[in-house]
Design a protein around this ligand. Structure first.
Ligand SMILES: Cc1ncc(COP(=O)(O)O)c(C=O)c1O
Length: 396
């Protein structure tokens, strides 16, 4: 038994609907199970709609505020605004539409961004934008590389805090913020793999003027439809892509010639959406609080479980031509999952699924993501099966 098993054993009964004891859900980095209490939130959403009809929106906005408060605490960020949307992609688009891309056609990013940014950058490049992709590795020296790439033609910079393809943490984001500030370039940090895994104080890192992308599908256990753009409270950007929810409080007033934006949290808001996700997520916030799943406990849990998973994998002593760790950095520089590289990533994932072991693969990368409800014996089992499958597939 490992020290982290105590917490997992305590949590498992609360995830009965997702059957976390019966299946090996190593998709913590992709979609985590929801606690049973989340189901109550979905029922509440329905009953509120049935009872209050179109007056349900004030209840829905209250739920969103619960999520905002949670994020403000996580980021030690009393001042920031948190704009809601269905996906991070929605938010990226609205954010990018705020800038003068005609006169400043250069955008800085990395070669390791998730598709929501990566694909969009590629398409913009096809339209003539100058997209500069800084190598994410080696980790050390990233800010130096960033400094060489930035210039006064740069409209914006978009980089990850924790890379989706390796789990490695970019520890130089506050240096990057300082450089961006010198050039007056707005900086967006994709923190989908950082929230609830790598505690981060926006205040202590002096990054109040930066933008953060946050999503609920993974480590927050909020499910779909709960993404946020964190932006500075004095933000005066005027996104070109803008929905009428961005002007809620001013809709009754004369609109004048120019499009107006609400102050506060709605500047990047869209239009009518299904608010049941926020009812569900607010229950998860309550569940996390009741079970003391705070940033320090979560960080420790992910560190211990990824370290254990890595150690059990190394014990298998598999041929590195078949499968190996994606990187050799120490576990302290790794986020919430372990990435392997293997030429048969998709086939291994499919075989693992036959054993009720859920993982995911992207080209030659196979990812295993634990979660607070995962036990050491589940890790042992999944690594044993991985060893056997690998040997079979490569006919050793
Ligand atoms: C780093 C990162 N950003 C964003 C996303 C999701 O983006 P979206 O909300 O646009 O689907 C993911 C994965 O789902 C991710 O790994």
């Amino acid at each position: 038994m490992a020290s982290f098993d105590k917490l997992a054993e305590k949590l498992i009964p609360h995830y009965s609907q997702f059957k976390v004891a019966k299946r090996l859900l190593f998709t913590g980095h992709s979609h985590q199970a929801w606690p049973d209490e989340a189901f109550e939130g979905l029922k509440e959403a329905f009953l509120t709609a049935a009872d209050q009809v179109d007056y349900k929106w004030s209840a829905a906005f209250e739920k969103t505020d619960i999520l905002r408060q949670y994020l403000r605490r996580f980021y030690d960020d009393t001042d920031g605004h948190y704009g809601l949307s269905q996906s991070t992609h929605d938010l990226i688009i609205r954010w990018l539409s705020s800038f003068d891309l005609k006169n400043k056609p250069r955008i800085i990013t990395t070669d390791s961004e998730f598709y929501s940014i990566g694909r969009q950058m590629k398409r913009l490049e096809e339209e003539g934008m100058e997209i500069v992709r800084i190598p994410a590795l080696p980790l050390d020296g990233f800010s130096e590389r960033f400094k060489k790439a930035i210039n006064d033609q740069t409209a914006a910079a978009l980089i990850s805090h924790v890379y989706f393809n390796s789990s490695l943490i970019n520890e130089e984001i506050s240096d990057v913020a300082e450089i961006s500030r010198e050039f007056g370039v707005p900086l967006l940090i994709d923190d989908y793999h950082g929230t609830n895994v790598v505690p981060f104080s926006i205040r202590e890192h002096n990054m109040e003027d930066c933008y953060f992308l946050i999503g609920g599908y993974k480590y927050l256990q909020w499910g779909e439809g709960n993404c946020f753009l964190r932006y500075p409270s004095d933000c005066s950007l005027r996104p070109v892509i803008t929905g009428w929810f961005s002007a809620f409080e001013t809709l009754d007033q004369p609109q004048g010639n120019n499009v107006r934006y609400s102050s506060g949290e709605n500047r990047f808001f869209g239009a009518t959406y299904d608010p049941s996700s926020q009812f569900r997520a607010a229950k998860v916030v309550h569940f996390f609080e009741e079970n003391s799943l705070n940033p320090e406990i979560l960080h420790q849990d992910y560190q211990q479980k990824t370290a254990y998973l890595k150690q059990q994998f190394e014990k298998l002593d598999l041929n590195p031509n078949y499968i190996k760790l994606k990187h050799q950095y120490p576990i302290e520089r790794n986020g919430g999952f372990i990435a392997f590289t293997t030429p048969k990533a998709g086939e291994i994932r499919a075989e693992l699924k036959k054993h009720d072991i859920y993982t995911d693969s992207r080209s030659d990368i196979l990812r295993f993501g634990p979660a607070p409800y995962i036990t050491s014996s589940q890790i042992d089992k999944s690594m044993n099966v991985l060893g056997n499958i690998t040997k079979q597939l490569f006919r050793e």
